[in-house]
Ligand binder design. Structure first.
Ligand code: NAD
Length: 362
């Protein structure tokens, strides 16, 4: 396994590996870029088949966090951590405390939060060993779990994409959601209220039943969700849902969902443009959670500030769609270019005032 030569290395500032024999912890922290501020990103626990898979995941996710914060206009850098293990079987208090110590050893250059496989309660245990965490202030208006804010941002993004492509609001618009966990559940709620027609699929029967019972949405077979005859496809499960095997059968004209790393590789973004599918780049539309975490870290997580800031998602998407249409380039390429421009401008003229205000808190 190589690190510097890894195809997703992309000039990461730090990639730290850690094991702790007593607890069985095996984890990686990747800090991609701290130009805009300390890196913030979730701590994912997943039963990776091997270390190579875990490394690829953490590198791709932490780079995405850099771009996400840059375009969301928040003074944070990009980082991510992964614990190699099955959250259902291997998660113990000792393991979470050891992860807290590992995060502490990064001296604030990495700030953790919950992610797939970790919960607010898990982060609270890590907090016994480090203060470099977000998503635990459950006493605030927007506290703890950031997924409701992620879902709200995705919902606002879907509104913009539907208006751009179909010139309509969401009433009667057909949406397929793959994965109705933390984010997917709240997304169903918003879409249901807006009058959309919703179909869902999930490998977790309890999560599926919850949205079927509560909102009367239609459940379809797992293998039918990506190819459902709908206007909008919202991937809200794991990464790489849009790949060379699935892309040619997608009927939706819009792809707009919460999952990180939805495209298996860069050129899939170009294929979507060729197929005239309007793709809302994942790290642009799912930035609601990082925006929420940012306001939690500066102790200002009110609905007014968080939801007001989330409006930037729609504005970014409009710009990306317009630039893509004018230039014929993939929306994913346009988004990357915009994020890199923010980083370049910050490198030339660092915004030290706002960075220090975050550093003072976390
Ligand atoms: P979650 O684990 O709560 O929910 C994911 C759901 O997808 C689960 O119900 C799971 O059973 C289901 N699932 C997994 N594989 C599936 C498959 N092959 N087919 C159908 N369903 C499947 O996670 P979440 O917090 O809701 O996050 C969802 C996605 O959004 C993840 O990719 C995550 O990285 C991304 N994301 C989450 C946030 C956040 O605030 N939670 C922020 C940004 C991005």
């Amino acid at each position: 396994m190589t690190v510097f030569e890894h195809p997703d290395f992309d000039q990461h500032e730090t990639v730290a590996f850690h094991t702790n024999q007593q607890s069985g912890l095996k984890a990686i922290i990747a800090v991609h870029d701290t130009t805009l501020g300390p890196s913030l990103g979730g701590c994912r626990m997943f039963p990776y088949a091997n270390e190579e898979q875990a490394l690829t995941d953490v590198l791709r996710l932490s780079q995405g966090m850099t771009y996400k914060s840059a375009l969301a206009n928040i003074p944070l850098g990009g980082g991510k951590s992964v614990i190699i293990g099955n959250p259902q079987q291997d998660k113990t208090r000792e393991l979470l405390l050891a992860m807290g110590e590992f995060i502490e050893s990064q001296n604030g250059r990495y700030v953790g939060a919950e992610d797939s496989g970790t919960s607010v309660a898990d982060i609270a245990i890590m907090a016994e060993k480090t203060k470099h965490l977000s998503g635990i202030h459950s006493d605030e208006e927007h506290g703890g779990d950031p997924s409701p804010s992620t879902a709200y941002g995705v919902f606002k993004g879907i509104e913009v994409a539907v208006d751009y492509r179909l010139g309509s609001d969401l009433k009667g618009v057909r949406v397929a959601i793959q994965g109705v966990g933390n984010v997917g559940y709240h997304l169903v709620k918003h879409l249901h209220q807006a009058g959309a027609e919703i179909v869902v699929a999930d490998i977790n029967q309890a999560n599926l039943n919850r949205v079927v019972d509560e909102f009367g949405v239609t459940a379809v077979a797992l293998e039918k969700i990506l190819t459902a005859d709908v206007d909008v496809l919202a991937p809200c499960a794991m990464g790489a849902a849009i790949n060379k095997n699935t892309i040619s059968n997608i009927k939706a004209g819009i792809i707009a969902g919460a999952a990180n790393n939805q495209l298996d590789e860069e050129k899939t973004g170009w294929s979507l443009t060729e197929l005239d599918i309007l793709y809302a780049p994942d790290y642009v539309i799912n930035a609601g959670g990082i925006i929420d975490c940012y306001y939690q870290t500066i102790n200002q997580a009110t609905s007014k500030l968080v939801n007001g800031h989330i409006d930037i998602i729609g504005e970014n998407l409009k710009t990306i769609f317009q630039r893509s249409e004018t230039s014929g380039r993939a929306t994913s390429d346009v988004a990357n270019e915009m994020a890199l421009a923010v980083l370049k401008a910050a490198t030339n003229e660092p915004n030290t005032e706002s960075i220090d205000s975050v550093r003072g808190v976390i």
